[in-house]
Design a protein around this ligand. Structure first.
Ligand code: 5AD
Ligand code: SF4
Length: 491
């Protein structure tokens, strides 16, 4: 055995095997290197995380930022100022992939002229082996590549690179390995926070790549979730957004043993929501996303009983056609969906419904589009995200006969114009009322204005200053402007 080998073994022995101790060890090791950089350059190296896609990714990015700040990096608003740029990617639609390659092309030039600059890519796109092959072959200047199942390992992977690894550091796991709790997190807002209640999805809608890139459904225990929220409340958080691909099936598979569950095997999302509402300091609770097939009457009753729960339900319907819904494997019919809308509105007359709609799924006909338009008109959404179906390799729908692009574009525009018209009409219904608004930020475009959200998630801009950020205030809704309001504070 030579001396280097002994040394390596000694180092190996010091590295904790269990998490989060292992990542804390690597955060300290990176910190030592960053301290040297600070002495050499007279300032902390900077980072910027660019996030694509959904709330899940946005929340993962807060964890990446927390790790980097612990290491000693300083966050910068502008990607162009950053010494370490991370792209947290989305792959739900093909154009997300194209966007990433465009960004990387531009970053290459900057990296060539900036000493010591680092580039990392992570997130859903990296879970596709063919994408990682492209990064390995054509984007060799990318330093670190990791996936959705091991993003908590950022410090360990960064340490490899910072301590001299010359080739790309690539680590993508095919399956979730373990869940790591209690890592640092840098929240975008001090007064509101997302909290994961579950990871992955078991639904396998035939168009969707999420179950492949985020894995099977895994729920965190109520103990872990509630203790995280208590800590957040103690640190001043007043609004919580519970996050999962399908929150209504919370509790199908737990990640760890749980006493609460052993005592009450029926504990599910409604029970969790009620327990979250009981936490002192939490004033507003949101959740997303709800799958229409799993939204129970029990849940509606819990919302009715708890004024802390926002009167907004994101209820993606995708298509109004029962035949297309069947081909999508959504497991509800047009009639089931409309009946659910009725049940919700009967008990929560003021609720804001929001949705996702897809146009262009294989086999869709003009009659199917008419069904979609029917649902849009009937459900009266406050907001609807309308997408053109995008073919995702590996999903069942990718093997079906695809529709011509021109036809889909024409239908998409037809649906979009009904969506715009009906959403503007519906979301204007609060004009003249006074509503409670949580102030989020200074207004980007109007001096002397702040921007906040009503409990139904609609934005309100009104005169105010920085001191209001993070507070609930009552605002008179003077004028509906389509998807937002202009208002005046009433107290
Ligand atoms: N093409 C277009 N839109 C998609 N979505 C999911 N998969 C696809 C796809 N292949 C949409 C759905 C979902 C939202 C998050 O993204 O409407 O609800
Ligand atoms: Fe995708 Fe369907 Fe799961 Fe939503 S419920 S993430 S659309 S598979």
């Amino acid at each position: 055995m030579d001396s280097t080998h002994i040394l390596n073994n000694e180092i190996e022995e010091q590295i904790p095997v269990n998490e989060p101790a292992r990542q804390e060890y690597f955060m300290d090791k990176c910190h030592e290197i960053v301290e040297e950089m600070i002495i050499k350059n007279g300032k902390a190296p900077t980072f910027h995380v660019s996030t694509f896609g959904c709330q899940m990714n946005a929340h993962d990015s807060e964890k990446l930022s927390g790790i980097l700040e612990k290491i000693g990096y300083a966050e910068t608003e502008e990607e162009s100022d950053a010494d370490f740029v991370i792209y947290n990617t989305c792959t739900v639609r093909e154009n997300a992939n194209q966007k990433l390659y465009g960004h990387l092309g531009a970053l290459k030039k900057k990296k060539e002229s900036t000493d010591g600059m680092l580039i990392g890519i992570c997130g859903c796109m990296m879970q596709q082996p063919e994408v990682v092959d492209v990064i390995r072959d054509k984007y060799r200047f990318v330093d670190i590549v990791f996936g959705t199942f091991n993003f908590y390992k950022l410090a360990e992977l960064l340490y490899k690179r910072l301590s001299g690894e010359k080739s790309q550091v690539i680590e993508v796991l095919a399956e979730p390995e373990k869940n790591v709790e209690n890592l640092p997190e840098k929240r975008k807002y001090t007064f509101k926070s997302g909290v994961n209640i579950m990871y992955g999805c078991n639904n396998f809608c035939t168009y969707c790549i999420v179950p492949y890139v985020r894995g099977r459904e895994r729920s965190r225990t109520p103990e872990d979730i509630l203790s995280e929220i208590k800590c957040l409340a103690e640190s001043g958080v007043i609004e919580i957004m519970l996050l999962g691909q399908n929150v209504n099936s919370y509790g199908v598979n737990f990640l760890e043993d749980s006493e609460i569950i052993s005592n009450n095997p029926d504990y599910g999302f409604p029970e969790l929501l009620e327990d979250v509402c009981k936490i002192d300091g939490i004033k507003r609770v949101r959740f997303m996303t709800s799958h229409p097939k799993d939204l129970s009457d029990k849940l509606i009753d819990v919302i009715v009983r708890n004024p802390k729960i926002a009167r907004q339900i994101h209820l993606p319907f995708q298509s109004g056609s029962t035949a297309i819904l069947k081909a999508m494997n959504r497991r509800y019919t047009k009639e089931d969906y409309l009946a659910l809308v009725d049940r919700i509105r009967a008990k929560l007359p003021d609720v804001s419904l929001t949705t996702d709609i897809m146009v262009g799924f294989p086999g869709e006909t003009d009659e199917d589009i008419q069904d979609t338009i029917d649902v849009v008109r009937y459900a009266k959404y406050d907001q609807a995200f309308t997408f053109i179906y995008s073919i995702r390799t590996g999903t069942p729908a990718a093997k079906m006969e695809q529709l011509p692009e021109d036809l889909v574009n024409e239908r998409f525009n037809r649906v979009l114009s009904v969506v715009r018209e009906t959403c503007a009409e519906t979301s204007a219904r609060f004009e003249g009322q006074t509503k409670e608004v949580l102030v989020e930020a200074l207004n980007d475009h109007m001096d002397g204005y702040v921007t906040g959200r009503m409990d139904n998630n609609i934005l309100v801009h009104f005169p105010g200053d920085e001191s209001l950020i993070g507070q609930f205030v009552n605002v008179h809704l003077d004028e509906a402007k389509g998807f937002y309001y202009l208002g005046t504070r009433t107290e």
